[in-house]
Design a protein around this ligand. Sequence first.
Ligand code: PRP
Ligand code: URA
Length: 213
Amino acid sequence: MIDSSNRLMVLNHPLVAHKMAHLRDASTKPTEFRQLVRELAAIETYEALRDARVEEVTVRTPLADASCARIPADSITVVPILRAGLGMLEGALDMVPSALVGHVGMERDEETHEAHPYYAKLPSRIVDGTALLVDPMLATGGSAIAALQYLRDAGVRDVRFLVLVAAPEGVRAVLDADPDVRIWTCALDDGLNENAYILPGLGDAGDRIFGTL
Ligand code: PRP
Ligand code: URA
């Protein structure tokens, strides 16, 4: 069992499956690949904010007062893990245009597969709200664990990690390393190959988003 604590959510929806089929296809070009990553990120953001904090407000319609709810200003921060996470940023912002944005740069050493931070900048209000950490790929979990540790050290308590493709090894490593994080993924794949790439996966997400093949 990967997740005995119900902290892994695998999206199960025909639209997600349809878009994932195009995303995985090796013949999909960067323009379409980017668009699919953006759309899937929007759907995932919608799911991950199901229990987001809201405040009661009264809105005057053309006819009467209406009791409504809205997401408090500055309560959501999207944090893409550079570089491939940038592909998911616009999709998350499509759902929450008022969100703040932080950045965490993690690079995997292709030999050791270890992740090293090379850049980070967070808005100060992030600590009071919800952080959506976004990265299309969760392989060994090294990048995610390092990014999560950075957020925890910065004082962020509510972190929701959104990925498109996850390997069981990475999911287990992240859930073990961080007892509070929850993970949303569009697909849970079979495992990793000898180069720590996800199988069947979709290849190198950053290269496919930015055309650096
Ligand atoms: C990819 C991906 C994740 C990481 C996943 O980034 O976007 O950040 O690998 O692998 P892991 O779970 O084993 O750490 P990469 O390091 O290739 O950098 P990029 O975003 O610049 O392409
Ligand atoms: N990073 C990617 O972009 N793809 C993988 O399969 C593993 C890590």
